[in-house]
Write a protein that binds this ligand. Sequence first.
Ligand SMILES: Cc1cc2nc3c(=O)[nH]c(=O)nc-3n(C[C@H](O)[C@H](O)[C@H](O)COP(=O)(O)OP(=O)(O)OC[C@H]3O[C@@H](n4cnc5c(N)ncnc54)[C@H](O)[C@@H]3O)c2cc1C
Ligand SMILES: *[C@@H]1O[C@H](CO)[C@@H](O)[C@H](O)[C@H]1NC(C)=O
Ligand SMILES: *[C@@H]1O[C@H](CO)[C@@H](O)[C@H](O)[C@H]1NC(C)=O
Ligand SMILES: *[C@@H]1O[C@H](CO)[C@@H](O)[C@H](O)[C@H]1NC(C)=O
Ligand SMILES: *[C@@H]1O[C@H](CO)[C@@H](O)[C@H](O)[C@H]1NC(C)=O
Ligand SMILES: *[C@@H]1O[C@H](CO)[C@@H](O)[C@H](O)[C@H]1NC(C)=O
Ligand SMILES: *[C@@H]1O[C@H](CO)[C@@H](O)[C@H](O)[C@H]1NC(C)=O
Ligand SMILES: *[C@@H]1O[C@H](CO)[C@@H](O)[C@H](O)[C@H]1NC(C)=O
Ligand SMILES: *[C@@H]1O[C@H](CO)[C@@H](O)[C@H](O)[C@H]1NC(C)=O
Length: 615
Amino acid sequence: MFPPKLATATLFPLTLGLIAHFTIAQATLFIDSEHLPQAKQYDYIVVGAGPGGSVVASRLSQDPNINVLLLEAGPSDEGLLDIQVPYLAFDLEPNTVYDWNYTTTSQPGLGGRNILYPRGRVLGGSTSINLMVWTRSSRDDFDRYAMVSGDDGWSWNAIEPYYRKIEHVVPPVDHHNTTDEIDIGIHGTRGPVNITTANAPYPIDPHVNATSQELGNQYPYNRDMNSGNPLGIGWTQGTYGNGVRSSASSSYIHPFTSRPNLDVLVNATVTRVLRTGHDVETGLPIFSGVEVAQSKTSSVFAINAIKEVILSAGAINTPQLLLLSGIGSSSPLAALGINQTVDLPAVGQRLVDHLVVANQFAMAAPEDDLFEAIRRNETLFNELLVEWERNKQGVMTNGPANHIGWLRVPEDEQGWKEGEDPSSGPTSPHYEFLFAPGFASTVAGTPVPPTGYFMTIFTVLVSPSSSGSVTLASSSPFDPPIIDPAFLNTTFDTQVMRAAIRSAARFVSAHAWDGFVTGQAASFADVNLNSDEQVDAWVRSQASTIWHPTGTASMGRCEDKDSVVDPDLRVRGTKGLRVVDASVLPFIPAAHPQAVVYAFAERAADLIKLGRHLC
Ligand SMILES: Cc1cc2nc3c(=O)[nH]c(=O)nc-3n(C[C@H](O)[C@H](O)[C@H](O)COP(=O)(O)OP(=O)(O)OC[C@H]3O[C@@H](n4cnc5c(N)ncnc54)[C@H](O)[C@@H]3O)c2cc1C
Ligand SMILES: *[C@@H]1O[C@H](CO)[C@@H](O)[C@H](O)[C@H]1NC(C)=O
Ligand SMILES: *[C@@H]1O[C@H](CO)[C@@H](O)[C@H](O)[C@H]1NC(C)=O
Ligand SMILES: *[C@@H]1O[C@H](CO)[C@@H](O)[C@H](O)[C@H]1NC(C)=O
Ligand SMILES: *[C@@H]1O[C@H](CO)[C@@H](O)[C@H](O)[C@H]1NC(C)=O
Ligand SMILES: *[C@@H]1O[C@H](CO)[C@@H](O)[C@H](O)[C@H]1NC(C)=O
Ligand SMILES: *[C@@H]1O[C@H](CO)[C@@H](O)[C@H](O)[C@H]1NC(C)=O
Ligand SMILES: *[C@@H]1O[C@H](CO)[C@@H](O)[C@H](O)[C@H]1NC(C)=O
Ligand SMILES: *[C@@H]1O[C@H](CO)[C@@H](O)[C@H](O)[C@H]1NC(C)=O
């Protein structure tokens, strides 16, 4: 909708003579590799500017003696209205200039459908296009990370201070009293990422809140779900402040582009990591170089780091890059004509993602359906956008859902056998609710009904047991990899989704919704919730990704050959190569994962600075 453009303030073409001299010291955002300072040597090269890469590049360049180069395949995010306005987040994908435009393989668990698989391709990575929900995940999730890595530094107690370091809680734009909505005492108030609870009320908010009072034993009210115990119904915290999105680039990169030792190059696709030598002491191959191309048709060039290359290309592109570099399992690489450089069969395995279904309900009164009021009235939409541009007020300052629920399937409803529950412990939910004031669908291309009033409860499978893989389709870095999340491959996953949808219907059958919700709506109206077959068929026909892939370069104990990185996040069997992004998470967090990735990256930056070798 709005073409990408670069703010000229941070970018001077070298042809401007006099200014060019100034540029080398000051301007550090480059769109063309030819403008990179030729004589400069980089200590660290970071690949990908999502939360993993942006945090690491930003923290490492705090030391003025360390030169850092951050490479991003996509364009800059500067000055783009649709990235800044929280309410416009849904317009950023799929198939936009900020998206890698991926599609999964045919998913047997979803009736054979191929699902669109958006990933951010812009400075800030997926945090520039995501829905901004800020959830730190559960105490048990982190304690499991500590257990499977043998490193207590990944436990909840050790990571919690990093969350405070990242966060800056700012008041909502309408300055309402948030005492009952967030416990500011457990949050950070000076970090780079702005966090706010709902900026503007949604019409369904009071009903959601009243239901948690009416059915408190099933849906307890949780004042702050970021305490380590997320269970219950509460207010969403989002990565925006003063009505503007906070992304990994707006929080960790743009404020620091004046650092002469931090260079950022956009339009730079890394095509592989390069072996640059052999470590005499350990005999390990050193991978401290990268091969880069500006586009599919341009020539490639190589850059070497003095110290390390850090891969932060995300859970799809990081395993793709490792495999393209010959780091993986030998026979599939050989089949594509790629010489194996390191035998690491776990690369690309254990892809785990969250599945979501949009369940629509009919509302009696037009004023309860905000999405339709805005969609069906261009005058109103334009007025709200002007209100955002002038005063940073109103609905455009809000994310998609003011309330979230994190829930476990009650024990008497659990159909699974002992040992089959993959959730990390009693503080981890099995499923999630997101409450949206209007019609939404999880099937791409579903037309929005021209009449009628709706609300949607998204049900999300947040502790899935299915896992799939990312593999190469060819040896070309410009061919999309093969993405198979293997959704709903287990009966556990099917049972939880079924229970979650029935629970959503139970939620709106509380008296708090009397006279407001009139029943199931749209094609969901045809689903008989008493029938397992019908609920399962609804899920197969509707479910999609909620964009949370993890685990494809997973972390394990020092001696664990079935993982890709060690507890310091170094790639096994290599020197000079690390991974810092969502791929290292050995289990998917039962949460929206951006906060977890920011926290892993903050600690990773410390580990790199310390030069720690746990193994
Ligand atoms: C549409 C959408 C909505 C989401 N909503 C939420 C939400 O509300 N809350 C939440 O917590 N999480 C959300 N997420 C997930 C969250 O944004 C991700 O988990 C998180 O951004 C992952 O961080 P990352 O650093 O691993 O990867 P990414 O953020 O994906 O960043 C990877 C970066 O690397 C770049 N890159 C990839 N390959 C190369 C290459 N070869 N060379 C150079 N650069 C490369 C990419 O262009 C990208 O900029 C959402 C994600 C999406 C896509
Ligand atoms: C380079 O980046 C700019 C802005 O970030 C973008 O508009 C342009 O399309 C990119 N060019 C290529 C070749 O990717
Ligand atoms: C994704 O699709 C959009 C719309 O067609 C296009 O502009 C963009 O360049 C595509 N992205 C990639 C990485 O091909
Ligand atoms: C905000 O709300 C809390 C709890 O309802 C109340 O105790 C407090 O006095 C309120 N603060 C202000 C400034 O009104
Ligand atoms: C929501 O409910 C909780 C208790 O169930 C109450 O403390 C809180 O004040 C309510 N908030 C609003 C905005 O209604
Ligand atoms: C966060 O909010 C502050 C004001 O409270 C603002 O100065 C800053 O630019 C914001 N940061 C981001 C990353 O948007
Ligand atoms: C693979 O290794 C062989 C033997 O060293 C070499 O001849 C060949 O060029 C390599 N192939 C690629 C694609 O690098
Ligand atoms: C559309 O919105 C405008 C501005 O808020 C309002 O005046 C008008 O009545 C709305 N039209 C309809 C049909 O609701
Ligand atoms: C799970 O995946 C395997 C491997 O692709 C497949 O053989 C099996 O049929 C799947 N099971 C279900 C229940 O989808």
